[in-house]
Design a protein. Structure first.
Length: 352
């Protein structure tokens, strides 16, 4: 073990429980998001304005905002499905339905998986401390939110899409290597000792100062297996029974990360723009077991086609295609205006 790793492990082992603070962001100590259960009353308007004014007055750190490396999960289909659903739950319950907010939260989770002070799995990070009534890392895991508030099938699908993209290498550069965050309507004392890295809408993102926040601290490897979380049994096939109000479709079975139409062998997908090398593998995973399959991907969610036939705008915006036909080799093509390819035959015709 390196001196840095040993120091970080000693740092983590010396942590003690913290006082309750009325926000749903991370605490100053890496394994405790202190929070009462049930959820505390919403802060009064005057307190919110004071907190927002205080937070706005804190300048962003002058340190360089270093982007995280792409996080590409190498795991079995079952472990991948569990990781996707744990990350999707954090995205939905912590960030709401907005894709940018969800990616920012997901990036914090993935940053923690790589940091020696945190668990080495996605589910381990998200559900750390969930067995306690207070002190969980992410408030929704211990304040009753999973029982009180359920995403619609569409919301859950969108959260899973975001999570799957992040686990295929998409990086949310706006938050850098942040490991902590809180909303702008609270002002917890723990952020006074941290660097404020970014503001994404109503969330503020932080990292530790010194060695614990340096790039060298993010060297932990994923454990390779993801634990089964009983708390997600109502939402996730991978963790238990499906939610009663959202009967599972074939596209939501373990190992299928994004929306699709598996009965017809057609997959219309959003794919991560910063990980073009993963596109064939993603397509092969979706087409597994199918003799005939067509996978079409867009890096711009706003231009993604939703059904066949595709509109002209959707066709022009296609970033990647994968076609499988009986008796023929699989055929993958990239939009070479987006992604330069050394072999011209790998480019989509018309540059689309």
């Amino acid at each position: 073990m390196t001196r840095l790793g040993a120091s970080l492990l000693l740092f983590a082992s010396a942590l003690a429980p913290v006082e309750r603070i009325p926000d749903h962001g991370p605490s100053v100590r890496p394994h405790h998001f202190a929070q009462p259960a049930p959820a505390p009353p919403f802060p009064k308007a005057a307190a919110i304005e004071r907190a927002r004014a205080f937070n706005a007055a804190i300048p962003l750190a002058t340190v360089a905002l270093i982007s995280s490396r792409p996080f590409i999960l190498e795991a079995s289909p079952e472990d991948r499905a569990r990781a996707i659903d744990c990350l999707a739950a954090a995205d939905y319950y912590e960030a709401g339905p907005d894709a940018l907010d969800q990616r920012a939260v997901a990036q914090v989770v993935l940053n923690r998986v790589r940091h020696a002070a945190f668990p080495a799995t996605i589910c381990g990070v998200v559900f750390a401390g969930a067995e306690r009534a207070t002190g969980c890392q992410f408030t929704f895991t211990c304040d009753g939110s999973l029982g009180r508030r359920r995403p619609s099938p569409h919301e859950w699908l969108e959260a899973r899409e975001t999570a799957a993209e992040m686990l295929l290498g998409r990086v949310e550069t706006t938050v850098g290597q942040a490991t902590h965050y809180h909303t702008d309507w609270v002002s917890p004392p723990w952020d006074r000792t941290m660097d404020k890295l970014a503001v994404v809408k109503t969330h503020l993102f932080f990292r530790w100062r010194g060695m614990a926040g340096s790039p060298a601290a993010f060297l932990q490897r994923h454990a390779g297996r993801e634990p089964r979380m009983a708390q997600l049994a109502g939402l996730s096939l991978a963790h238990g029974s499906p939610a009663p109000q959202a009967p599972p479709t074939p596209s939501e079975a373990p190992g299928n990360a994004l929306s699709s139409k598996p009965d017809t062998g057609l997959f219309l997908m959003v794919i991560p723009a910063d990980a073009p090398g993963t596109f064939p593998r993603l397509a092969e995973e979706r087409c597994a077991g199918l003799d005939e399959c067509r996978f079409i991907g867009w890096t711009d969610p706003g231009l993604r086609g939703l059904a066949m036939p595709l509109s002209g705008t959707a066709v022009d915006a296609i970033s990647f295609t994968f076609v499988r036909r009986p008796g023929m080799p699989d055929h993958a093509l990239w939009n070479c205006r987006e992604f330069a390819r050394s072999i011209r035959e790998e480019c989509l015709l018309r540059g689309t």
